[in-house]
Design a protein around this ligand. Structure first.
Ligand code: GTP
Ligand code: MG
Length: 198
């Protein structure tokens, strides 16, 4: 898909104040610093559309970006600050769970995973949370440029095994990406385009 326009629309912390236009939207979620904002810039071919930082915790609000005038990309804050919690839900900031539970325009969540790391408990918890709430999602492995393709493939295979061990029947759709080299860009955009067309 060709990106003809990408514009920042609004930031906020209240789901009810998000744009009301009934356009399909796709949200990026994952641990702080995994590369959510960088991926939005990479997909849209903009350097600073979404604000990025080497330090975790940069994105603090729900940010809507309108793409090609007819769908939204949503940049969310990272999760993973609350280290220990009694319930899975409390582990994730309230407005993140509000967003996923109330935002009827959401078509698909992209859960970002650092391709270099073994499966992290908090990511598995979040994936299970999405599953329990019936929210469609894909996995996006990030920072592919930091390791070899062979190593990345073997880490993804290990991830798949882990999900099956967590009682998932199959690996969800996934993408291996790098915001540095733009690997995975076409695949992700084609996937979004195919959903937008149905
Ligand atoms: P929060 O907003 O804090 O939750 O973080 P985020 O997930 O939005 O991460 P962000 O895009 O701000 O990137 C965090 C750091 O990782 C920055 O220093 C980026 O330059 C770096 N980074 C992101 N994606 C990639 C990638 O694909 N390759 C490499 N090498 N670095 C990346
Ligand atoms: Mg961010």
């Amino acid at each position: 898909m060709k990106i003809n326009s990408a514009e920042f629309i609004i930031s906020n912390s209240v789901v009810s104040k998000c744009p009301q236009e009934p356009l399909p939207e796709y949200a990026f979620i994952g641990r702080s610093n995994v590369g959510k904002s960088s991926l939005i810039n990479m997909l849209t071919n903009h350097k600073n559309l979404a604000k990025t930082s080497g330090r975790p915790g940069k994105t603090q609000l729900i940010n809507h970006f309108k793409i090609n005038q007819n769908w939204f990309l949503v940049d969310l804050p990272g999760y993973g600050y609350a280290r220990v919690s009694k319930s899975t839900k409390a582990t994730f900031q309230k407005f993140i769970t509000d967003y996923f539970e109330k935002r009827t325009q959401l078509v698909c969540a992209f859960v970002l995973i650092d391709v270099r790391l073994e499966a992290q408990k908090i990511d598995l918890e979040f994936i299970n949370y999405l599953g329990e709430n019936g929210i469609p999602f894909c996995l996006v492995f990030t920072k592919m440029d930091k390791i070899t393709r062979v190593k990345a493939e073997s880490n993804v295979a290990a991830y798949r095994k882990k999900l099956l061990a967590e009682n998932w029947e199959e690996m969800p759709p996934y993408f291996i990406t790098s915001s540095e080299t733009k690997v995975g860009r076409e695949e992700l955009l084609t996937y979004i385009e195919s959903i937008n067309e149905t």
